[in-house]
Design a protein around this ligand. Structure first.
Ligand SMILES: Nc1ncnc2c1ncn2[C@@H]1O[C@H](COP(=O)(O)OP(=O)(O)OP(=O)(O)O)[C@@H](O)[C@H]1O
Ligand code: SF4
Ligand SMILES: [Mg+2]
Length: 351
């Protein structure tokens, strides 16, 4: 392991981690989401388990289609028409199977979500101040003037200059980065305990992306928020996450504290993601590295390891191991706070 090159990513997370309660705020156990489709059932998330404590950030990473958004929507109870099994508890309250009315009360108030595209979540005909104030009024029953004051306070807190004036403007009058700040203000207006952020910075340029990530990290620290940050970018995870869940084909491939994941990744897929990060010594004409091959079919999943057709580790192994990889699905095996689903994790000699 030690001889394998590491990408040039500095892991800053945990340096300023808050003290956490011993009980996780969010606890997900064996979460499985299956969509009925004309071609057959699609299992988009398969027996996923994770915890997020107060003041902690869990980064969920994986390629497109790996089940990141489906997971976050399932936590929020937003899947209609899908079969959702397993358990999701927020501060001890079981959310799966909860009546829609109860879920509505919790959404926004105890848990909130920020999406990649703020325009899809903001109403074009209302000012941003009205929208944040309305959100506050619905959940706290506050009077209009108080809700409006709170909206301006929130816009100021997320770094929008001249917040009182800008509260009277419409979403289209804001830049992409500022709109994302408005979404964060709206999500945090009701002081939730849990924030789910689904690719909140993907559409933004690098500088604005860094500002938004810093904003989320600051607010998280100040409020001891539990954060689930979904991204396909391990560089983003390195900046802000404390723990990381790597998903592949709807399954957990690897789970570890961020430092462990970057220093000693155990799953060949994680290794591939790390290797595809740009390096400091790259010259301009080096093409972006990508993991060869395509993501697995969720409609007709292979019996063995979902990563087997793309796995360089299996390709280099002996025939028996290769056969095991293609026939037998690896179980997620935990050693302390590091879990990996692989028959031949990195760090073990290749037969
Ligand atoms: N409504 C649906 N009906 C059927 N299948 C669905 C539905 N929603 C999601 N899926 C399946 O679940 C898979 C995972 O989707 P998801 O949106 O969670 O991916 P993701 O990891 O968030 O990807 P991206 O990085 O592109 O956002 C999809 O590839 C698709 O096969
Ligand atoms: S189980 Fe086999 S195919 Fe899957 S990641 Fe591990 S070595 Fe590769
Ligand atoms: Mg997604």
């Amino acid at each position: 392991m030690a001889s394998e090159p590491r990408p040039d990513v500095s892991v800053e997370a945990n340096a300023n981690a808050n003290a956490t309660d011993s009980e996780p705020l969010l606890s997900v156990r064996d979460l499985t989401v299956t969509f009925p489709t004309p071609e057959g059932p699609v299992r988009a998330v398969d027996r996923l388990s994770f915890d997020v404590g107060r003041g902690r950030t869990l980064g969920i990473v994986g390629e497109s289609g790996s089940g990141k958004s489906v997971t976050s929507m399932a936590v929020m109870g937003l899947h209609t028409g899908a079969e959702v099994t397993g358990s999701v508890t927020l501060d001890g309250t079981e959310l799966t199977g909860l009546a829609e009315r109860e879920l509505n009360r919790l959404r926004g108030r105890r848990m909130a979500m920020v999406f990649q595209d703020p325009l899809s979540s903001l109403h074009p005909y209302y000012t941003v101040g009205e929208q944040i104030a309305e959100h506050h009024r619905v959940h706290f029953g506050s009077r209009r003037a108080a809700a409006r004051r709170r909206a301006v306070e929130m816009l100021a807190e997320v770094g929008i200059p001249e917040a009182a004036r800008r509260a009277g403007e419409y979403p289209h009058q804001f830049s992409g980065g500022m709109r994302q700040r408005v979404m964060i203000a709206m999500a945090l207006a009701c002081e939730p305990d849990l924030l789910l952020a689904d690719e909140p910075t993907t559409a933004l340029d690098v500088t604005v992306q860094a500002q938004i990530l810093e904003l989320i990290a600051r607010i998280q620290q100040e409020r001891s928020l539990a954060v689930v940050l979904i991204t396909h970018d391990l560089g983003v995870v390195a900046r802000v996450a404390h723990e990381v869940l790597v998903m592949y084909g709807g399954l957990a491939a690897e789970q570890a504290p961020v430092e462990t994941l970057f220093a000693a990744p155990a799953h060949p897929y994680t290794r591939g993601l790390l290797d595809s990060l740009p390096r400091l010594d790259d010259t301009d004409d080096v093409p972006l590295r990508a993991i060869p091959g395509s993501p697995p079919s969720l409609l007709t999943p292979a019996p063995g390891c979902a990563f087997a057709p793309r796995c360089p580790r299996a390709a280099a192994a002996d025939t028996d191991t290769r056969e095991r990889c293609t026939r037998l699905r690896p179980r997620l095996t935990r050693s302390g706070d590091h879990a990996v689903a692989c028959h031949l994790p990195l760090g073990k000699a290749t037969p």
